[in-house]
Design a protein around this ligand. Sequence first.
Ligand SMILES: Cc1cc2nc3c(=O)[nH]c(=O)nc-3n(C[C@H](O)[C@H](O)[C@H](O)COP(=O)(O)O)c2cc1C
Length: 353
Amino acid sequence: MAKVNDPVTINGITLKNRLTVAPTVKFDYAGEDGKVTEKHIAHYAERANGGYGLICVEATAVTPEGRFGKNHLGLWEDAQIEGHRKIAKVCHEAGTAVILQINHTGITGNPEFGPAKGPSAVPTRDGGMSVEMSPDEIRNMQQAYIDAAKRAGDAGYDGIQLHGCHGYLINQFVSPKTNLRTDEYGKDRSLFASGIIRGIRQACGKDFLISIRTPGIEPDIENAVAVAKKYVEAGCDYLQVSHGIEGVKVVPQDEPFSDLCSLGINFRKAYDWKVPVSAVGGLLTPETVRYVIENDLIDTVDLARAALADPGFAKAVLEGKPYVKCFECKACQYGPFTNHICPAALQRKRAKQ
Ligand SMILES: Cc1cc2nc3c(=O)[nH]c(=O)nc-3n(C[C@H](O)[C@H](O)[C@H](O)COP(=O)(O)O)c2cc1C
């Protein structure tokens, strides 16, 4: 029976336990230059000291146009490396492996940064139409991901995670709803990201950890698994499953974990190769985390809100220490835009006084 504190080695990098911090954007931390700030460093240092095996640093834009908004972290130029070096350093000093999630918004891009471009011309969220990328634009975009990964390696990260979920550019190439192309990128909808993975392996070497956050269904589990298999053939070491454009299809279940988490668990059941798979979603108590690991339902668990609510949540799982539970209020998502404060953070602050 696997234990939460069992180490796991992924492409030569040993995570000291099965708990990983999922990427979570800090909406108001970065300046308009996309650089890391002291707030980022303190945030990740606190989690690294919380005892997790791996931290995946938040979605970081590979080009300025690929940002969510003006205050979004970037790694599209060398001047941004130095700040990332500080994040990697504080994580390593605490004995935590650390990777960086790299992303481009594609057709969900912020109109401030130019026309919404993606695999095909399809309706966008704001009622317009996106612009189809030319083959040259696709190759340049793949290179932007590869260059960002190279900078991540120069900054000292153990690897990167490609953001292949949640409706962003890589996910747009995989979904039949947003990729209507008839060329090679339409015939093989994994090709955009597979090319990036091959390029990163070549640029960053065999010891660099390459992971992808990939949908558990897109448009169904069979296709999602077939796409992921191509990522692994291209050199991907680790699959972290979340949801895609298809969302989370609710399958009635009598299990103590969320529907989102069941995407990762079902994906792993349908998948028979030797790279680890992680699940995410609603893993907010030590009991649930232990359940999915100890019943061998998944290799690692990805924790977002639990680790935001209490950086020490890992120690609650690993050592039974007390912790502050996430209130599931969405302050972490909407707080920066509404001045809503995370009640768990307030509770921790009061406990310290
Ligand atoms: C504040 C916030 C920011 C997020 N930012 C990212 C991100 O940068 N990249 C990503 O892939 N997912 C992001 N997510 C999604 C989480 O990584 C995770 O998949 C989701 O919250 C479900 O996990 P949980 O139930 O443990 O919170 C974010 C979620 C929250 C709450």
